[in-house]
Write a protein that binds this ligand. Structure first.
Ligand SMILES: [Cu+2]
Length: 163
């Protein structure tokens, strides 16, 4: 009787690294997000938040079921005139907290399908792009508030900017 030996090239149990692939954009922390409450007939409002990326990243877009159009905006003084417009992206340098706030960068919700009421929570998708050009969406829920965090309440969307 012969024994047949099978070569036991068995599972060279690769101990390493199957499990480790960190999600590319778990690195952007979104904090203190809020949307400014609207009054009836008001068709646009802003969303504000603090973003901190652990690697160089950009905010390249946003969307929300509350609005027909959602854009990344910047407000700035041009001489004496406050201007606001769409920007392609907001740079989020590694480790630096970038504030989206009244008078600066913000996410603009336009063509509101219903008013943003204080106490509501609005779903929003933020699109980030890493240095490698890969994009990833991050879903957040954004509470609606009537006032800015500083207590100043610019009445209408992008109105009340003062120096
Ligand atoms: Cu705007």
């Amino acid at each position: 009787m012969k024994k047949h030996f099978k070569t036991a090239l068995c599972a060279l149990t690769t101990i390493a690294s199957l499990a480790i692939s960190a999600p590319a954009f778990a690195q952007v922390a979104v904090k203190d997000a809020w949307i400014r409450a609207t009054v009836p007939q008001q068709k646009a409002t802003g969303a504000f938040m603090n973003l901190t990326a652990s690697k160089d990243t950009k905010l390249v877009g946003a969307s929300s079921p509350l609005a027909e159009t959602t854009e990344v905006h910047e407000m700035r003084m041009d001489g004496d005139v406050m201007r606001m417009g769409k920007v392609d992206s907001i740079a989020l340098p590694a480790g630096k907290t970038v504030e989206l706030k009244s008078g600066g960068y913000h996410v603009m919700l336009m063509g509101l399908k219903s008013p943003a009421k204080e106490g509501d929570s609005v779903p929003m998708t933020l699109t980030f792009e890493g240095a490698d050009k890969r994009r990833e969406n991050v879903e957040i829920k954004v509470p609606v508030r009537a006032l800015t965090s500083s207590g100043a309440a610019p009445a209408q969307g992008h109105g009340g900017h003062k120096h």
